[in-house]
Design a protein around this ligand. Structure first.
Ligand SMILES: *Cc1c(COP(=O)(O)O)cnc(C)c1O
Length: 400
């Protein structure tokens, strides 16, 4: 699953290119940098790889979500719909731009249920964020069609699905924009980092300017600092070392996906031996980035018992029903409205009136799926030894 498994000479060479110029900043230093622009080149190649017109590098996948939402104009008074099965970053970013996250159910893809999405759209909905969890697509075409009917932009959270496609088209390229994470456990990594892709030049310009304090990036005789500003911004700039690692990692992405596919197939064949087991609905097997294998048992109690047996044999799976980072009923700080702000923002208004309340019971359809789901991370490198251990663990679990 994570790209650090295949760190090698390629990453080292890219980093040395940067260190030999001494320029760690993505802009400026025209003479010293000797033509080395790693972040810019990484953006160009990332966009090309995804078949997108533009890419904007930022400091993290969370920053990518915030920059994307900001460029789309989302702010206080707005609602943004995402799914109740995602990493906390998705809704943190929604709060951070001043909007309120609204959570939809998931379906058998383990991603946003389009029918439930439609029910949750209101006049305040200003963006929709389907998340392509665990390397495989949400029903993005249906979601896009619904969003288009309502005139609402779609931002795809593709943090976990770099290299994944649907019908030959890259995930992240269906909506107005798509965000990626390059954190340490993602399919390709730069330690920290994020990327946003879009076909919309005007939107990309907003992202580019916002992520760099509002610098308009128009060359002028005065150099950096002499440009104008159209709106206030912030600093979410990626540094050259990250861009360098990103270039080496991007070049390995298709190879990573191919290796994971092979390993996932081997794991799937083993897991299929558990009586009653079924698998997550992958809309496009060929386009799957194969970072995870999700399998379902007929009921929650069975899933727990199977996982207990797997654990005892050293091959426990991830049980998201009990995971406090990815699943709505487990986000205790969200449910309790915990925040550092004296006013209670974003859960309360300035006058302390409650702005939003989250009820742990509101996503029963998601609970019915997540309670039965077990997940194996698919490594890029899977030894015969480990495969044998998993095989023996599954054989034991199959007997219960
Ligand atoms: C990892 C992740 C993020 C956040 O990315 P960071 O680079 O860690 O900030 C956002 N959304 C999802 C679904 C993720 O898995």
């Amino acid at each position: 699953m994570p790209g650090f498994e295949v760190f090698g000479e390629e990453e080292k060479k890219e980093i040395m290119d940067v260190l030999s110029t001494g320029v760690l900043f993505r802009y400026e230093f025209p003479e010293q940098r000797q033509g080395v622009f790693k972040v810019r080149t990484f953006e160009e190649q990332f966009a090309k790889y995804c078949g997108a017109g533009y890419a904007q590098a930022v400091t993290s996948g969370t920053a990518a979500l915030k920059v994307g939402l900001t460029a789309l104009g989302v702010g206080p008074g707005d609602e943004v719909i995402t799914q109740g099965f995602t990493f906390v970053a998705t809704w943190e970013a929604i709060f951070d731009v001043g909007a309120v996250p609204v959570f939809s159910e998931i379906d058998d893809t383990l991603n946003m249920d389009p029918a439930d999405l439609e029910k949750k759209i209101t006049s305040k909905t200003k963006a929709i964020i389907p998340v392509h969890m665990m390397g495989a697509p949400a029903r993005i075409k249906e979601i896009k069609a619904i969003a288009d009917r309502h005139g609402i932009p779609v931002l795809e959270d593709t943090a976990q699905a770099a290299g994944a496609r649907l019908g030959g088209r890259h995930l992240g390229s269906f909506g107005k924009c798509g965000t990626f994470s390059l954190d340490p456990v993602k399919t390709i990594t730069t330690g920290e980092g994020g990327m946003i892709i879009t076909d919309d030049e005007a939107l990309w310009r907003k992202m580019s300017e916002y992520h760099d304090h509002g610098h308009d990036h128009v060359q002028n005789p005065g150099g950096r600092g002499g440009e104008g500003r159209s709106f206030i911004g912030f600093n979410f700039r990626m540094m050259e070392l990250q861009g360098a690692i990103g270039l080496a990692q991007l070049a390995k992405l298709d190879g990573i996906v191919a290796a994971q596919k092979k390993n996932k197939a081997a794991l799937k064949e083993i897991v299929a031996g558990i009586p009653g087991v079924t698998f997550r609905n992958i809309l496009d097997e060929q386009g799957d980035s194969a970072t995870f294998l999700a399998f379902l048992l007929p009921e929650g109690a069975k899933a727990k018992a199977v996982n207990q047996a797997l654990k005892e044999k050293g091959a426990g799976a991830v049980y998201f029903a009990e995971n406090t980072w990815h699943y709505y009923p487990k986000w205790e700080h969200l449910l309790a409205g915990s925040t550092l702000a004296h006013s209670g923002w974003p859960f309360k208004h300035e006058d302390k009136r409650r702005r939003v309340v989250y009820d742990p019971q509101v996503l029963p359809a998601s609970a019915a799926i997540i309670d039965r789901t077990l997940v194996y991370q698919v490594p890029i490198k899977l030894s015969e030894e480990r495969l044998k251990q998993i095989s023996e663990a599954v054989a034991k679990a199959a007997g219960i």
